[in-house]
Design a protein around this ligand. Structure first.
Ligand SMILES: CC(C)(COP(=O)(O)OP(=O)(O)OC[C@H]1O[C@@H](n2cnc3c(N)ncnc32)[C@H](O)[C@@H]1OP(=O)(O)O)[C@@H](O)C(=O)NCCC(=O)NCCS
Length: 199
C-alpha cells in the first residue's frame, strides 16, 4: 500500500491521538511529541519555534474507507561539528523525531519488500539532500537497538560517545550529486569516525 505524505498541521491532531509506537521511554517520548500534548508542545513547537518540517505518513484503506497513520518524521537543521579530516563546524540537516506505529513496524512483510520505515527514511534523506545539505544527523538512545539498526542500514554511523541522557549522535554524509533516478551516486560514503560531537 502506498504511503500518502501530509505535512503536519494542528487540524490533523484529532487523527493522530491513537498513535502508539511501543512501551520504551523513547517510544512514549515520540508519542507525546507527535501528539503535541500540553504542556509538552513537541511537533507544534518544533514547527513554530524552530521552523522544522514535520510529515505524517498515511495509508488509505479503500475497503473500509479508513486511513491509518503509519508514522511520522521531521527535519530541521543544527550547527554540527563535522568529524575529521574536515573538522569544521557547519549547519547540518537534523532529524528531531521519527517513529512508526506499532501496527506498521516491520511491515509490509515479505522478502525483498521495503518496510514503511524505509520509505519514511528515504523521504527524509531525499528532502535533506534537496535542501542542499551535506550531512544529516540525529540522536538515538544507545539501548534503542531497532532504531540504531535502521539508521545504520540507511548509512548513518555513530559519532563519539553517548551524552548524559544516554543518546548517541549519528551522522550520514549526503552526496548531493544525485545520479539518474534520484538515487545517491556510488560516491556516497559514511562519515569518518572521529572525536567530533554535536554542539
Ligand atoms: C525505529 C523504527 C522507526 C524502525 O522501524 P521498523 O519498521 O520497526 O524497523 P524494522 O522492522 O525494519 O527493523 C529494523 C531493523 O532492526 C531489527 N530489529 C528488530 N527488532 C530488534 C531488536 N529488538 N533489537 C535489535 N534489532 C532489532 C530488524 O530485524 C531490522 O534489521 P534488518 O533490516 O537487518 O532485518 C520503529 O521501530 C519505531 O518507530 N520505534 C519506536 C520509536 C523510535 O524508536 N523512534 C526512533 C527514535 S530515535
Amino acid at each position: 500500500m502506498e504511503l500518502r505524505i501530509q505535512e503536519y498541521s494542528a487540524d490533523l491532531l484529532s487523527q493522530i491521538q491513537s498513535f502508539e509506537c511501543g512501551t520504551d521511554d523513547w517510544c512514549r517520548h515520540a508519542e507525546r511529541w507527535i501528539k503535541s500534548a500540553p504542556p509538552f508542545r513537541g511537533a507544534i513547537e518544533s514547527i513554530e519555534t524552530h521552523g522544522n518540517k514535520v510529515w505524517l505518513y498515511f495509508v488509505d484503506v479503500d475497503v473500509f474507507d479508513e486511513k491509518y497513520l503509519v508514522g511520522f518524521s521531521s527535519l530541521g537543521k543544527v550547527k554540527w561539528k563535522i568529524p575529521p579530516p574536515d573538522g569544521l563546524e557547519r549547519e547540518a540537516a537534523f532529524i528531531p523525531m521519527l517513529a512508526v506505529s506499532l501496527r506498521f513496524q516491520g511491515k509490509p512483510e515479505g522478502e525483498n519488500t521495503k518496510h514503511y520505515s524505509d520509505e519514511i527514511m528515504e523521504h527524509v534523506i531525499r528532502v535533506a539532500r534537496e535542501q542542499g545539505h551535506r550531512e544529516l544527523c540525529l540522536y538515538v538512545h544507545e539501548d534503542n537497538a531497532r532504531a540504531r539498526r535502521k539508521y545504520e542500514k540507511h548509512g548513518f554511523s555513530v559519532l563519539g560517545s553517548k551524552n548524559s541522557k544516554g543518546n548517541l549522535a549519528m551522522l550520514k554524509v549526503l552526496d548531493n550529486q544525485l545520479s539518474e533516478g534520484g538515487q545517491p551516486s556510488a560516491l556516497e560514503s559514511g562519515p569518518r569516525l572521529g572525536d567530533a560531537a554535536a554542539l
